[in-house]
Write a protein that binds this ligand. Structure first.
Ligand SMILES: Cc1ncc(COP(=O)(O)O)c(C=O)c1O
Length: 417
């Protein structure tokens, strides 16, 4: 929905109709001293990019061919569903039936019957009263944090939270206390003595090191202090909990009062999009106030249909969740047996520390040359400034795949500093 423009650019009052001749425009003020008019206003960017390059932090795009022969441990297709024939057929069918795009905001024309079906099934599967689908997990996180907060709210945020939760805190304009990672005592300390509305936000499984948040303890701290708890299940939906119902479900907290979950549809569900799950009145509130819902085009029908088909597969084949966790444990065992400093996975993500950003980039390139794609995480994507390779397990990895991945990563490892 475009914003209505109520005045001329710059905010002056437009002349009223019939108010007489418009006075002549004043001559423009002389230009203040500064760069010459011929200077390229983007010159500063070249300098910034060069600084990033020197620090080993330059990022660039590498288009992936459809028939890549690399063993993929860099993506987030945890359950191996993105190319599943039923998921692809559902995307194709949805595009044929509903069109290539959603055609409008969810509140105008962008809600199809498919969206409603997906929301009902996501809520039922994860154990929440209601769900609302967004065009991305990023948008879902911005929505959940901003809609539940205002200037007078205190938000308590884990230091290792995903960028989308951090940006939600920033956009909310609420006072934000960033607390040490996975520390319910620190959350309690931040909440104690604050008598206004408060919300604690955390990833369920942290995206860099793959460790799980202490959800039962966090929920108890929040419950005792009347605070809401928002949990991002991006890396746990489809991976943790009974048949992949998520970390909150595993902790007996799905549908609990005061608890809201968010998730992406782009990882275990192999599609695209995001979701917020919670009490019906929270979802109604989001429909009315969440700017990334109201002012955003609805999720494309193909992605909606694909996510729904993937969700049905996850429900029909609950062993997939156990298989991805087992593959992650095998990866970890192989990497540590090879002498590497790998994080113990609580879900599908295993990280290996690299000595420096440049070394991480070279290491990832060497892995690729050895036939294995791995993620390369550098500042600002790492909360502690330490660069890492990140390996993501998939339910369809064979033991031979795991052995090949371990051999590639260990065989190309830089010398310890
Ligand atoms: C923890 C976490 N939350 C949210 C997101 C954002 O999800 P999406 O990619 O659907 O925008 C990601 C994606 O990388 C993530 O890792």
């Amino acid at each position: 929905m475009p914003q209505e423009r109520t005045g001329p650019p710059g905010g002056g009052t437009p002349p009223a109709a019939g108010a007489g001749p418009v006075p002549p425009a004043r001559s423009p003020a002389p230009a203040p001293p500064g760069p010459s008019p011929e200077a390229d206003p983007f010159d500063w960017i070249g300098e910034r990019l060069e600084q990033r390059r020197r620090a080993g932090l330059l990022r660039s795009l590498r288009p992936r061919p459809a028939d890549s022969r690399l063993l993929d441990l860099a993506g987030n297709d945890y359950l191996g569903l993105t190319r599943h024939p039923e998921v692809v057929a559902a995307a194709r069918h949805a595009a044929h039936r509903w069109g290539a795009g959603a055609t409008g905001s969810r509140l105008v024309t962008g809600t199809t019957e498919l969206h409603a079906e997906l929301e009902a099934e996501l809520a039922g599967f994860c154990g929440f009263e209601a769900a609302l689908v967004f065009s991305s997990g990023y948008a879902a996180n911005l929505a959940a944090v901003t809609a539940l907060t205002d200037r007078g709210t205190l938000v308590v945020s884990d230091a290792a939270n995903h960028a989308s939760l951090i940006d939600g805190c920033r956009l909310s304009r609420a006072a934000t206390a960033v607390v040490p990672h996975a520390d319910p005592g620190a959350v309690a300390g931040a909440l104690d003595g604050f008598d206004g509305r408060a919300v604690a936000v955390t990833d369920a499984v942290f995206s860099v090191d793959g460790d799980a948040a202490p959800l039962a303890e966090l929920a108890a701290v929040c419950r005792d202090r009347g605070a809401a708890l928002v949990v991002d299940e991006a890396h746990s939906l489809g991976v943790l909990g009974d048949g992949g119902r998520g970390a909150l479900h595993a902790a007996g907290l799905a549908g609990a009062p005061g608890v809201v979950a968010t998730a992406t549809l782009s990882k275990a569900l192999g599609s695209q999009g995001g979701v917020v799950l919670g009490p019906a009145r929270v979802i109604d509130h989001l429909v009315n106030t969440a700017r990334t819902f109201v002012f955003d085009t609805g999720l494309a029908p193909a992605a909606t249909g694909a996510a729904l088909a993937a969700l049905r597969l996850v429900r029909a084949e609950p062993a997939r969740a156990a298989r991805v966790r087992a593959a992650a444990r095998k990866l970890h065992a192989g990497l540590t047996a090879a002498g590497l400093d790998a994080t113990r996975p609580d879900a599908a993500v295993v990280s290996v520390r690299a000595p420096a950003p440049e070394a991480a980039v070279r290491w990832a390139a060497d892995c690729r040359a050895a036939g294995v794609a791995v993620g390369c995480f550098r500042p600002p994507s790492v909360p502690d400034g330490v660069s890492r390779l990140r390996l993501t397990a998939r339910a369809d990895l064979t033991d031979a795949d795991v052995a090949a991945a371990v051999a590639a990563v260990a065989g190309t490892a830089p010398p310890a500093p």
